[in-house]
Design a protein around this ligand. Structure first.
Ligand SMILES: Cc1ncc(C[n+]2csc(CCOP(=O)(O)OP(=O)(O)O)c2C)c(N)n1
Length: 341
């Protein structure tokens, strides 16, 4: 099968503009609480979801909106949900992390790692119903160290569940480098459970599409689960307003705000801990340096990379249509919200 760039690019553009609209609403104070965006994960999501059919299921993590957009969940009901409105997808109770669409067999949870057992449940149901349906679990590499995720890999392999584990490896779990808290290699770890596993460049939608195709076909044929580790960037930080990124975005303001308390803490009591404090400041400095290097020097935007798959005029048309679709959905959500206020 040959990759068709146009539908993949369309989905990626829809996801990106949806996330940008969420950021805008959040910055205007219309969405309360934390907001984890899936910007940077579009190629992973598009490459995987392109293989899903009606009746296939998805279990998602806290970056849940891009897969829901790609699977065709109504954008207005998603926006209303983010706004905490009773007309939203989950009656305004779910926010962006705890979503459920019965129609699309999709659910998300902010409990890190839980998309694996949730996906296993969907996959077990699919296996019992015997209609060749599959379940995909999306999670981060930080989640890969959660006990329930390892238990799910084990059961999925032992029961040959039609499940695809998709690990979106952005190398960070909030402010922790995942490497520092991960033993061994995740791909080899998954293989040790007796399932095929591979690493793929998650900024290259064709590569994801190919690898995911193999995994989904295998699951659909009743041959069991697979594991995909897709590396991708995290350009918006852990969540909107990420304090580490703020240091780069407004350096003077942040230096004036954070500098004095950090210096005070260096000389604060008890003095026995003095020797450790420069070390901790060094760790903060190193974290900032690595984060800045990744964001400003090494980051590859999956949407820009995918643009080369479609002719220039098609790309422009797709972007225009996707922007319009999202803008219309925002306007309608705001209007419905006003009407029912
Ligand atoms: C069980 C559990 N432990 C801790 C948290 C707090 N928490 C929220 S997101 C996150 C980092 C998750 O990292 P990763 O799985 O790599 O996903 P990423 O945010 O990098 O996409 C943590 C520890 C949580 N929500 N649930």
């Amino acid at each position: 099968m040959k990759v068709n760039g146009e539908p993949l690019y369309r989905q990626m553009a829809r996801m990106r503009f949806f996330e940008e609209a969420l950021a805008d609403l959040w910055e205007r104070g219309l969405i309360s609480g934390e907001m984890h965006l899936g910007v940077g994960e579009e190629a992973v999501v598009a490459g995987v979801t392109a293989h899903l059919e009606e009746g296939d299921a998805m279990a998602l993590d806290h970056r849940s909106t891009p897969p829901l957009v790609a699977r065709g969940v109504d954008l207005v009901s998603l926006f209303l949900e983010m706004l905490g409105d009773a007309q939203g997808l989950c009656g305004g109770w779910g926010g962006h992390m705890h979503l459920f669409s019965r129609e699309h067999l999709a659910c998300s949870s902010g409990i890190v790692g839980s998309s694996a057992p949730l996906g296993a449940g969907f996959a077990l149901a699919a296996q019992h119903l015997g209609r060749g349906k599959v379940a995909v679990s999306f999670f981060g590499e930080g989640a890969a160290n959660q006990g329930m995720l390892l238990e799910s890999l084990n059961l999925a392999a032992a029961w040959k569940l039609p499940q695809v584990f998709v690990c979106k490896d952005n190398r960070w779990a909030i402010t922790t480098r995942s490497r520092a808290v991960t033993g061994g290699d995740l791909v080899r770890r998954a293989r040790s459970f007796g399932m095929p596993a591979c690493r793929v460049d998650g900024t290259c939608v064709e590569a994801v599409w190919e690898a995911a195709g193999r995994a989904v076909r295998r699951a659909r044929a009743g041959r069991g689960p697979s594991f995909l580790l897709a590396t991708c960037p995290r350009p918006e930080g852990h969540f909107l307003g990420d304090p580490l990124l703020r240091v780069y975005r407004e350096p003077l303001k942040q230096t004036l705000e954070i500098g004095p308390p950090l210096l005070r803490s260096l000389f604060s009591k008890p003095l026995q801990a003095f020797a450790l404090r420069p070390l901790y400041l060094g760790i903060i400095g190193k974290t900032l340096a690595v984060l800045g290097t990744e964001k400003y020097l090494l980051c590859r935007d999956p949407l820009c990379r995918a643009a080369r798959l479609v002719p220039e005029d098609t790309r422009r048309r797709i972007e225009e249509e996707a922007r319009e679709e999202v803008a219309r959905a925002v306007a309608e959500a705001m209007e419905r919200r006003e009407r029912h206020a």
